[in-house]
Design a protein around this ligand. Structure first.
Ligand code: SF4
Ligand code: SF4
Length: 321
């Protein structure tokens, strides 16, 4: 395999941050699900949880910055007792808030208030739904997940989510079930919209197609099936230099549950500290927003997962497929 770094050099330079537009906050690894593709390796047995002190350090950093969007993820971030505090505080700072919601979390004990809480705080809800068929969703995310996801989506629709006139954004996320790249996003979005509307009466705004990253839990999944080498070669052979301009790390900063910062959530899981420094981990309480512009991004061969085909990011494909 040719090193990703060399590919970037061949394509004309290095990956550097621009103005950061998204502060992605990973509130911890605890989750009510344990999906097979999960790069966080989240699940019900995980104990890592962001504390109130760390949330306050993040809010201080946010207040000192002009970063417009806070993207909250996990695990299931809503199961962190400090989730509501982070959302309400970020809204007071007049930032746009996104929550990466697994949908089933709203059926966890004491969490049925979440849809109304999202609406009250104008939270953009981004939900995983890797297929419109129950079999595929349950295979990847656990038995019964599809039915609960549909119930949660209907409730969000009843509150106005997904209706373009409401301004309440409801976006869905697709990722492949196995060792293959996502299909073209626009076409799949049309299929999702038609089938979810016809069969369940569900509407939503955008579908984001993500490629699976061959690290952590999905790497184990691939290795168990003897598909790891095949998949990483597939990603490398599909390298698309046109995606380099818009890889998400250029405009995103990722904060882990313990307050350390990374160029993206994948680097966080691989413990690859923020680029452009001396290789040591950097804590949000020691970072100035001014120190991000033009900062070198830490890359590795896993970055082929973001740059294959139409590219992949938390906001879906990077170029038209
Ligand atoms: S719901 Fe999300 S965080 Fe939880 S295990 Fe699945 S992919 Fe990971
Ligand atoms: S994994 Fe993707 S987002 Fe992260 S540093 Fe590599 S290219 Fe950027």
């Amino acid at each position: 395999m040719q090193a990703f770094f060399d590919r970037v050099c061949e394509a004309g330079g290095s990956l550097r941050k621009r103005s950061v537009k998204v502060l992605q906050v990973n509130m911890g690894k605890y989750c009510n699900q344990a999906c097979i593709h999960c790069h966080v390796e989240a699940g019900p047995g995980r104990k890592e949880m962001m504390t109130r002190d760390t949330v306050d350090q993040i809010l201080k950093f946010l207040d000192a910055s002009d970063i417009p969007t806070v993207d909250i993820t996990g695990g299931a971030p809503e199961l962190n007792p400090n989730f509501d505090y982070l959302v309400e505080s970020a809204l007071r700072l007049e930032r746009h808030i996104m929550d990466r919601c697994n949908l089933t979390v709203v059926f966890e004990p004491g969490k049925d208030y979440l849809p109304e809480f999202f609406r009250a705080n104008k939270v953009e809800v981004v939900c995983s739904l890797p297929c419109y068929t129950p079999e595929n969703v349950d295979q990847q995310r656990g038995d019964g997940t599809f039915e609960l996801s549909i119930r949660a989506l209907k409730h969000l629709n009843n509150l106005g989510y997904g209706d373009p006139a409401s301004g309440l954004l409801l976006n869905l996320v697709y990722n492949p079930l196995g060792a293959y790249l996502p299909p073209p996003q626009e076409r799949l979005e049309q299929d999702y919209k038609r089938i979810l509307k016809e069969q369940y009466g569900i509407v939503f705004n955008r579908l984001y197609c993500l490629a699976n990253m061959p690290i952590t839990r999905f790497e184990k999944f691939l290795r168990l099936r003897g598909q790891y080498e095949y998949y990483v070669e597939l990603l490398e052979s599909a390298f698309n230099p046109a995606t380099l301009e818009s890889v998400m790390c250029r405009e995103l900063l990722s904060v882990a549950w313990d307050g350390f910062v990374y160029d993206c959530d994948f680097n966080q899981m691989l413990d690859l500290p923020l680029g452009g420094g001396n290789g040591r981990r950097v804590h949000i309480s020691d970072l100035s927003p001014d120190a991000l512009m033009e900062r070198l991004i830490r890359t590795g061969d896993h970055c082929y997962g973001c740059t294959a085909g139409a590219g992949s990011s938390c906001g879906g494909a990077l170029v038209s497929g």
